[in-house]
Design a binder for this molecule. Structure first.
Ligand code: TTP
Ligand code: MG
Length: 391
């Protein structure tokens, strides 16, 4: 028997959070964006999208496209809190959930829906309940595997519900532009178009070796997906109290150094805020990068102590990125802080180390006093004391 997998994706997530915080901007075009010279739009609400504003666009361009655009800065603490509420809400239905990013998850609803006659009405009520409880809007895709569910959730936005049965693949999936297919980056799509592949259906029919070459290792996976043979295992990550991370699939694959740094900075903010809230500090930073062929690399760096402040963590992230980024087209980046320990445990350790430090300091002081005594002078002092005196 096939499973019932839901893919739930929050609509215009960061911008919706801003609307929730400031309802006066509801109905007006809003973008969440960096406002500096090199600022980039993280996302925009649907009013702003009508003007062509979208994720990953330079802020100055968005302003040019939409004169009355309201630009909101990032409030990662709020996004994290609302994201947590969202996942908690889904967990009240099923424990089999796979968090895919800050605003989306897959959930196995096979058991939940086994005796439900009107699946759509049930899911509609769930969507409305989420809205009533959190004011968050979402689109939901329902299918027998993760790929189809993901494609389905993208079909109606905002507040859409789409059921994509295998038998409906030719009528619902195949007419879509090839660039809309999950896994086909915005830079691969033009290559495929040059080879005559304009829609997902064109790819399903194709046996052109050049198409295979353009997709590389992804070719076989893509072909099985669009023939309805996707993975239906929702992977429940066991909670790991020792690490906290966030990853993001980019709006389009990019090899732009500055752009990737902006994403990494945003992700670091999310991680840092959650760690601070949970009173956790970590000593290892892990960077994850997935390239356009889905090849994943993870690299980590262990610091000289335990931290959860933005500057320290981001410095480590940048070091890892600078060392490992070789200009490849990248489709996902992630930042994780590992080896987390509770701040209170750390304080106990610090007190222990401080004791050692003071002991050493006291020994230095004794030595200085001894020199001064022997030379009948007052000229010996610690360098730090000279600095303090000058002040
Ligand atoms: P998405 O789910 O891709 O986008 P969205 O929720 O804003 O809009 P949609 O209704 O189409 O789902 O990404 C979730 C959040 O991740 C988004 O609100 C902001 C952030 N993000 C970026 O910061 N930069 C990006 O390029 C993308 C794609 C997302
Ligand atoms: Mg979303």
């Amino acid at each position: 028997m096939s499973k019932i997998i839901l893919h739930i994706d929050l609509n215009y997530f960061f911008a919706r959070c801003e609307e929730i915080m400031d309802p006066s901007c509801i109905g007006k075009p809003v973008a969440v964006a960096g406002n500096s010279k090199r600022g980039i739009v993280s996302t925009a609400n649907y009013e702003a999208r009508k003007y062509g504003v979208h994720s990953a666009m330079p802020t100055y361009m968005a302003k040019r496209m939409c004169q009355n655009l309201i630009i909101k800065g990032h409030h990662f603490d709020v996004y994290s809190a609302l994201s947590r509420e969202f996942f908690q809400f889904v967990k009240t239905y099923t424990k089999i959930i796979e968090v895919a990013s800050i605003d989306e998850c897959y959930a196995d609803f096979t058991d939940v829906l086994k005796d439900v006659n009107d699946v759509e009405a049930f899911v509609k009520k769930m969507q409305q309940d989420l809205f009533n409880k959190t004011k968050l809007k979402c689109s939901i895709g329902i299918a027998s595997n993760k790929f189809l569910a993901k494609m389905a959730s993208d079909m109606k936005k905002p507040m859409g519900i789409t059921i994509l049965r295998k038998r409906d693949i030719p009528s619902m999936l195949y007419p879509l532009p090839i660039g809309d297919m999950f896994g086909i980056g915005k830079k691969t799509a033009p290559k495929l178009k040059k080879l005559g592949i304009n829609t997902i259906g064109d790819l399903a029919k194709s046996s052109d070796p050049e198409v295979e070459e353009a997709l590389g290792k992804f070719y076989n996976v893509a072909m099985s997906w669009i023939h309805g043979e996707g993975d239906d295992v929702v992977v429940v990550e066991p909670p790991d109290p020792k690490s906290l991370g966030h990853a993001m699939t980019l709006y389009e694959d990019t090899s732009d150094y500055e752009e990737l740094k902006t994403f990494l900075s945003n992700l670091t903010h999310q991680v840092v805020i959650e760690c601070q809230k949970a009173h956790k500090k970590g000593n290892t930073v892990q960077l994850t990068m997935k390239d356009f062929e889905f090849k994943v690399i993870t690299r980590s760096l262990t610091m000289d102590g335990f931290y959860n402040d933005f500057d320290t963590i981001y410095r480590a992230v940048c070091r890892l990125f600078d060392k490992n980024f070789n200009g490849t087209l990248t489709r996902l980046v992630g930042v994780t802080l590992q080896n987390l320990i509770d701040e209170r445990d750390l304080q106990i350790q610090m007190t222990f180390f401080d004791y050692g430090k003071h002991e050493e300091e006291n020994r230095t002081k004794l030595l200085i006093n001894e020199f001064n005594r022997q030379t009948h002078s007052n000229v010996f002092m610690r360098a730090s004391d000279i600095k303090n005196k000058k002040k």
